[in-house]
Ligand binder design. Structure first.
Ligand code: SF4
Length: 97
């Protein structure tokens, strides 16, 4: 993940599809990079599309690896109401729909 190379430039926000919709600091990849660096994992990490655009745009080569972060959240018991059913379905049947 090499989060230690993040220098908070916010270039990862420019093409972030979530940031483009919500236009708030907490919706963008830079905020998430900061929270990861501070080891503050929480439900905010679900607010991503896993598109990987932030990794492409980062001049420092930081890859936030949201899929792995979400996996850690699920294993730690952080599930939102919105995704509880989806996760239960995945666990039980192995597919989403
Ligand atoms: S993750 Fe990369 S693009 Fe985003 S704030 Fe950090 S250094 Fe900048």
């Amino acid at each position: 993940m090499n989060i230690e190379y993040c220098y908070r430039c916010s270039l990862c926000n420019i093409n972030c599809p979530v940031f483009r919709v919500f236009r708030t600091e907490t919706s963008g990849a830079r905020f998430k990079a900061f929270m990861i660096a501070e080891s503050k994992l929480n439900k905010w990490a679900y607010l991503t599309t896993d598109c990987g655009r932030c990794a492409i745009d980062c001049p420092a080569g930081v890859d936030l690896e949201f899929t792995k972060i979400k996996e850690r959240l699920v294993n730690a018991g952080f599930e939102t109401e919105a995704n509880k059913k989806m996760i239960a379905q995945l666990r039980e049947k192995g597919f989403l729909f």
